[in-house]
Design a protein around this ligand. Structure first.
Ligand SMILES: Nc1ncnc2c1ncn2[C@@H]1O[C@H](COP(=O)(O)OP(=O)(O)O)[C@@H](O)[C@H]1O
Ligand SMILES: [Mg+2]
Length: 224
């Protein structure tokens, strides 16, 4: 379970261009939920998702994952939480374009923890779970948008995180491909993963169990 309690995020604090992007956000997401975070451009969706993903910090309030307070941790502790708990699907895939699918999915594996043969096995299993195992050796720059998104999802889940976060995962896709990608997220959710999707597409949002709407850095409502 994750909880945010009165979280404030300020970009460039105490500078002339200081900007408060989150103005006291509180929310709870239970294990196994599939949640959409919706809101207009600039509302603070990506900011919120980056905090949830432990790739950005916040100025005040509390963020807890499974009762661990995610605040003032060392780089090593943040990396450990990200590794064990979180799979992040970045906006616009953020893949290494001239690497193969397999090489991209190998990237987040802990080289110290897994033997080489195991790493390949884990990466191929992740690719298989998004139906991309047959393209493992293809460079990413030869893939369609939907295929790239599948590889990005495989990379996010290769460490078997309990939570998958995605920033506008269908934003760059046509509607049919978007539907296929939503199917992949629903499948992950059925397997028990918590899924959090940022989107401004109501068609995508409605496929989630719950909507969290954010406007101007504040949660508007948490309606089912
Ligand atoms: N690194 C940054 N520095 C300063 N302001 C930022 C930064 N990132 C985002 N912002 C501002 O914070 C607000 C929320 O941004 P963001 O979370 O990206 O919104 P959304 O994802 O909902 O479009 C916007 O006004 C944006 O300009
Ligand atoms: Mg955004």
């Amino acid at each position: 379970m994750i909880t945010l309690e009165n979280v404030h995020k300020i970009y460039n604090p105490k500078k002339a261009n200081e900007f408060e992007a989150l103005k006291g956000v509180s929310l709870t997401i239970e294990d196994g939920e599939m949640v959409a975070i919706i809101g207009k451009s600039g509302a603070g969706k990506s900011t919120l998702l980056h905090i949830l993903a432990c790739i950005d910090s916040y100025e005040s309030g509390e963020y807890k994952i499974d009762d661990t307070l995610v605040k003032n941790l060392s780089e090593k502790q943040y990396a450990q939480i990200r590794n064990e708990k979180i799979g992040m699907v970045m906006q616009d895939f953020a893949l290494v374009d001239d690497f193969t699918c397999l090489e991209n999915v190998l990237l987040p594996l802990d080289f110290a923890k897994h033997k080489k043969s195991n790493r390949k096995e884990l990466a191929l299993a992740a690719l298989k779970s998004v139906s991309m195992d047959s393209m493992a050796k293809k460079p990413v720059n030869k893939l369609s948008g939907g295929q790239k998104q599948r590889v990005a999802i495989a990379r996010a889940i290769v460490n078997q995180p309990s939570m998958v976060l995605a920033d506008e995962p269908t934003g760059a896709l046509d509607s049919k491909t978007a539907e296929e990608i939503m199917h992949v997220f629903k499948e992950l959710n059925h397997q028990g993963k918590t899924v959090v999707i940022v989107t401004h597409d109501m068609g995508v949002a409605k496929q989630c169990d719950r909507l969290i709407e954010i406007s101007d850095g504040k949660i508007l409502e948490t309606a089912s």
